[in-house]
Design a protein around this ligand. Structure first.
Ligand code: SF4
Length: 380
């Protein structure tokens, strides 16, 4: 890292020319009170910093006008530069940074933990026993599509405070209640508010919705298809068209949920990245989160390799924190990591299953590995 007290524009440039190297890293422009004005990253720090001095207008020019210092630090590779930049911007919210400054709006699908569970959208998941699917970038239509899904499978969408008495809880002393809304009459809710269904009957809908969002069942789509066929046969083409659109929305929602889950689960491996001059750095990813960062021990240093194997094994055996229990910046980091591997398929193919990597460390056999660990071919 390089630091400076307040220095003029030409002083800044001279120091960068003299000290900065063309290696991956992150840099910070500082204001007069040493506050961070801007955080950036580059795989060639020197070239990037000097490019600011060629700017004739725009943000770069303005930044140089107000900055009284710059500092930078090197990191072993671009992946780490992206993570470090994100974390610094999140921590300091520099005023010249636009990207990463604000939290993106995420939403979750929540199957509530209630006597008669509901399916709702939420932005603030809490580990209260509910089942969560997500997160996804929030869309305005999500609550509406979830109400449609609830109507297809027969789940209530009334407030949590609605009194629920299942038919199998009803006794002779109970006062019969009328359904609290027209959905009972329309047949889209089994009306547990009016003791019109047993708990078991109601929970079948919950199971159906859960299996659907897990990608295990198409039952809600088949129900809509059945109703669509019936509408066509009775020449109710407008109704059939509405049902077709609803079916498309539910299918799109399910595909999004399943794809997001699949992508996150697939991001569980050891990711070794060769770097100079520090040597290879190794990341353990679980469900899209970087759980552990280690430097690859030198070849032949069996003690260090054994310690690395132990650290990797312990971290891999720990159950990862579910996304809904993560803090907001950590959740957003999931998307950052996923985007990195999506846009860099070559990096994705470096991923090595943990067991394969541990075998190569010679942990079980106690043999001396014959190659650099970062050279292990991926078997994914
Ligand atoms: S019928 Fe009763 S349980 Fe169903 S949505 Fe309406 S108020 Fe809620």
């Amino acid at each position: 890292m390089s630091r400076t007290k307040s220095e003029g524009r030409s002083g800044l440039r001279l120091r960068i020319q003299a000290e900065a190297e063309n290696r991956p890293g992150i840099y910070r422009f500082l204001g007069p009170r040493r506050e961070i004005l801007y955080v950036g990253k580059s795989i060639r720090i020197r070239t990037r910093l000097l490019s600011y001095f060629r700017a004739r207008e725009g943000k770069a020019r303005e930044l140089l006008r107000v900055a009284s210092g710059v500092e930078w630090e090197y990191v072993p590779n671009e992946f780490e530069a992206i993570l470090r930049e994100f974390r610094l911007i999140r921590a300091f919210r520099p005023r010249f940074n636009v990207q990463h400054r604000r939290y993106r709006r995420f939403a979750w699908i929540r199957v509530t933990c209630e006597a008669a569970p509901r399916i709702v959208a939420t932005r603030t998941p809490r580990p209260d026993g509910s089942r969560f699917f997500g997160p996804f970038p929030a869309t305005r239509s999500l609550p509406h599509v979830l109400r449609e899904l609830a109507a297809v499978v027969g789940l209530r969408d009334c407030p949590a405070r609605t009194p629920i008495t299942f038919a199998d809880q009803f006794d002779l002393l109970s006062v019969p209640r009328s359904p609290g809304c027209p959905r009972a009459e329309l047949g889209s809710c089994p009306a547990p508010c009016a003791s019109a269904c047993t708990r078991e009957e109601y929970l079948r809908g919950v199971e159906e919705v859960t299996a659907f969002l897990e990608g295990q069942s198409d039952a809600p789509l088949e129900r809509l298809q059945y109703r669509m066929d019936a509408a066509v046969q009775s020449r109710g083409f407008e109704v059939a068209a509405r049902l077709r659109d609803r079916e498309a929305r539910l299918r799109a929602l399910r595909d999004r949920v399943v794809e997001a889950e699949r992508e996150r689960e697939a991001l569980s491996f050891v990711y070794p990245v060769a770097g100079a001059p520090e040597g290879a750095r190794v990341y353990l990813l679980q469900g899209g989160r970087v759980q552990l960062t280690l430097d690859e021990p030198p070849r032949g240093d069996l003690g260090a390799r054994a310690r690395m194997a132990q650290a990797l094994r312990s971290a891999a055996e720990r159950k990862p924190t579910p996304p809904e229990s993560l803090a907001e910046p950590q959740r957003e980091e999931l998307f950052l990591v996923a985007r990195w591997f999506r846009t860099h398929p070559g990096e994705r193919s470096r991923g090595i299953p943990v067991e394969t990597y541990l075998e190569a460390l010679g942990e079980e056999a106690g043999e001396t590995p014959t190659k650099e660990l970062s050279d292990i071919p991926s078997r994914r």
